[in-house]
Write a protein that binds this ligand. Structure first.
Ligand SMILES: *Cc1c(COP(=O)(O)O)cnc(C)c1O
Length: 477
């Protein structure tokens, strides 16, 4: 398809600006550019068509099934958008005096209270802009706590090998050494390995639960006990809260801090780079270290304050305010009954779809899963010469977004499927049929899958080239 610059015709500008009705500001000539910028000149209809064409080449949850594992691509109710678009929320400035934005502060405060209740935490910051940013903030809470006690020897974070990839990365960013411990044969944390790993240098443990193979660790209470007895703190990666919300709470399982991905569990749009929101919650004893500013409720109204031993700022202003509003709308819409129903539906849908595929596809773990399940295509790769990648590519021909591929790393030919609770049984039936059909195709003729997708605008781009040498701007000859 043509780029805007290639569609551009000199003079075919369309401008909708009214005539200037204020005095024209004079700038110092040294600040002005000598030649006009090279902008594409294009009519409104052609501009509209350009973006419509682009939109058609992508796949969103409004187009079809989108079971991208570990990403929770659920349907985002439109009412969330309507609430976040109210002028009282959008027509404000972040530097406005706080007495003029009391309603906005109340919304932030309410979101914080509700998320604390859902996670079993006592305090929460809404500032982090993504899940990994929430991890970073939570780990800074742990670090601040140890340092405030003069305990400088604790420089290691234990991360099970079934954790999300961002966990070890965030721990390194905070300056910790990462100690990886293996999974047991059931897919949970190996308790003996954990006991052997903890000690006076343990700052804490980061646990992704349910973990990346979609399992809830049955030994969770024992895990947090082992870490606490060694003087470490427990961090809960709650990005996958979609599996458990309303049923169990990290705070009741012995965790000291947690982060949430509002752009997954709490139905704010994501994909294509954001904006997201990754609030970090903590127990009472960590609250003094929370980032600044933080909202509090007083008799005179809502105020911003700096917690006594605050780690400082992790982001400008209040976090991704409109994203938080969408999540707040979602929580208030679902209410106390709806929240556990949503997670029960997510777990039911994952198990329903898995039950249709088990026996044909190998599963990474036996038994029931939580909100997602991981299939392992190693046998097909070995016996029939087609891989997880080939299956994923073929799915595109059926208008379905592929699942997450080659993740978690501990499963060799992984396809990680997270259907989410917002899909109907009919969609899941149809998707399972397609997965089975592709499997049969691969057994009959692996070559066909190697060439897939067969009906898409682009077939197999050079993925390494695109990652290593991305062309992200137009260059004129
Ligand atoms: C998505 C995810 C993250 C990272 O969240 P981002 O918003 O992408 O930074 C961390 N942990 C888990 C378990 C996740 O699924």
């Amino acid at each position: 398809m043509k780029l805007l610059f290639e569609r551009s015709v000199p003079g075919r500008c369309h401008d909708l600006l009214p005539a200037c009705d204020v005095p024209v500001a004079e700038f110092d000539a040294s600040l002005l550019r000598g030649t006009a910028p090279r902008l594409p000149e294009i009519s409104e209809i052609d501009l509209g068509r350009h973006y419509t064409e682009l939109a058609k080449q992508t796949h969103g949850v409004n187009d079809g099934f989108y079971p991208l594992g570990s990403c929770t691509m659920k349907y985002n109710p439109r009412v969330n958008e309507e609430m976040a678009a109210l002028p009282g929320f959008t027509q404000i400035h972040p530097l406005q005096p706080i007495e003029t934005v009391q309603g906005c502060l109340e919304a932030l405060y309410t979101a914080e209270q509700l998320l604390c209740e859902i996670t079993g935490m006592d305090g929460m910051t809404l500032q982090p802009a993504a899940g990994a940013h929430g991890e970073y903030t939570g780990l800074q809470l742990i670090r601040s706590y140890h340092l405030s006690r003069g305990d400088t020897a604790r420089n290691k974070i234990i991360v099970p090998d079934s954790a999300h990839g961002t966990n070890p990365a965030s721990a390194s960013m905070v300056g910790y050494k990462v100690v990886s411990i293996p999974s047991n044969p059931e897919g949970g944390v190996d308790l003996d390995a954990l006991r052997a790993a903890v000690g006076p240098d343990t700052a804490g443990l980061m646990l992704t639960n349910p973990n990346t193979v979609g399992l809830f660790d049955a030994n969770i209470l024992e895990i947090t006990k082992i870490v606490h007895e060694a003087g470490g703190l427990c961090y809960y990666d709650g990005a996958n809260l979609n599996a458990i919300m309303g049923h169990v709470r990290p705070g009741d399982m012995g965790f000291d801090c947690v982060h949430l991905n509002l752009h997954k569990t709490f139905s704010t749009p994501h994909g294509g780079g954001g904006p997201g929101s990754g609030p970090a919650g903590c127990k009472e004893f960590l609250k003094p270290f929370l980032p600044t500013p933080h909202v509090k409720k007083t008799e005179a109204g809502y105020e911003l304050y700096a917690p006594e031993q605050s780690m400082g700022k992790v982001r400008s202003f209040y976090g991704n305010f409109l994203v938080i509003l969408k999540a707040l709308t979602y929580v208030l819409t679902l209410g106390k009954e709806g929240i556990p129903e949503a997670s029960a539906g997510a777990v039911l849908n994952a198990n329903y779809m898995m039950s249709k595929l088990v026996g044909s596809y190998d599963m990474a773990c036996k038994g029931l899963c939580m909100h997602e399940f991981v299939m392992d295509l190693s046998r097909q790769a070995h016996d029939h010469g087609f891989t997880a990648m080939d299956v994923a590519k073929r799915l595109l021909d059926f208008g379905m977004h592929p699942p997450t591929m080659y993740f978690p790393l501990i499963v060799h030919e992984a396809l990680m499927i997270e259907p989410t609770e917002t899909e109907s049984p009919e969609t899941l039936d149809e998707a399972a049929e397609v997965y089975l059909q592709i499997l049969a195709e691969g057994m009959a003729d692996a070559e066909k899958l190697h060439n897939a997708p067969l009906n898409c605008a682009i077939s197999r781009p050079d993925e390494v080239g695109a990652a290593r040498n991305p062309i992200v701007r137009y260059t004129f000859e």
